[in-house]
Design a protein around this ligand. Structure first.
Ligand SMILES: NS(=O)(=O)c1c2ccccc2cc2ccccc12
Ligand SMILES: [Zn+2]
Length: 261
């Protein structure tokens, strides 16, 4: 069902347009952020992350990334403010990363990539009845992007890396309760924002991107744990390490990138 896609030579980002023509659309993500070209917008206020009552459910390997899902049946955990007209409900977060010694972020800053990128996916439940409906609407989704840079161990990331052995194979998942992603935020919530898309098929142009300027620091060892995951299922005979699961930057096509104050 649906079209098979991946990050390999045959099924990777350069081939996605064949089954998903929007891949060549006018608001595709990720992009290269050029800080000196971003517009400082005085009307752009701070973002607020009301995650204190968030309820994580499970952690899963969906064959493209490792995803932590949340209860999104009410407004218990939302992102609001900044460029957003409504609160958007936290639905899941996931990561993108490179191979050993290679960068794996999706967005780049001044042409420079980071080791990894964390995406917190939210949807506009004020205007849309379901996540699926929101995912197809131009103002349906808001993804908070956080860059990961290598250095010292991150004191809380081990909560996630300790669980990765349980979701080694595509299609596996395990309980993951009581995790609050607030522990993965940097000290500053200064951000860039622009209108873009999902960075994976179906590449819907429904995302307001909010990228934090300050990266979080994780160790090479912690990042290496993500590479124990596999793209394939337990029943498949080949074993492809899950790494380099990122789409490269796409054309800006005249879009404005705004900067918080
Ligand atoms: N990289 S991504 O944030 O575009 C993304 C999603 C974005 C919005 C809605 C659902 C998404 C699901 C994803 C699943 C795996 C990887 C990226 C995903
Ligand atoms: Zn993502």
């Amino acid at each position: 069902t649906g079209h098979h896609w991946g990050y390999g030579k045959e099924d990777g980002p350069s081939a996605w347009h064949k089954n998903y023509p929007v891949a060549q659309g006018n608001r595709q993500s990720p992009i290269d952020i050029i800080p000196e070209e971003a517009t400082r917008d005085r009307d752009l206020g701070p973002i607020f992350l009301d995650y204190d009552r968030c309820t994580s459910i499970n952690i899963a390997n969906n064959g493209h990334s490792v995803v932590v899902e949340f209860v999104d049946s009410d407004d218990r955990s939302v992102i609001r403010g900044g460029p957003l007209d409504n609160p958007y409900r936290l639905k899941q977060f996931h990561f993108h990363w490179g191979g050993k010694g290679h960068d794996g972020s999706e967005h780049t800053v001044g042409g420079i990539g980071y080791a990894s990128e964390l995406h917190l996916v939210h949807w506009n439940a004020v205007k849309y009845r379901s996540f699926g409906d929101a995912a197809e609407a131009p103002d349906g989704l808001a993804v908070l992007g956080i860059f990961l840079e290598t250095g010292d161990d991150h004191r809380w990331l081990h909560m996630i890396t300790d669980a990765l052995f349980m979701v080694k194979y595509k299609g596996s998942d395990t309980d993951f309760k009581g995790f609050n992603p607030k522990c993965l935020l940097p000290s500053s919530l200064h951000y860039w924002t622009y209108l873009g898309s999902l960075t994976t098929p179906p590449l819907h142009e429904s995302v307001t991107w909010i990228l934090l300027k300050e990266p979080i620091i994780v160790s090479d060892k912690q990042l290496g744990m993500f590479r124990m995951l596999l793209f394939n299922g337990e029943d498949e005979d080949e074993r492809k390490r899950m790494e380099n699961n990122f789409r490269p930057p796409q054309p800006l096509k005249g879009r404005e990138v705004r900067s918080s104050n």
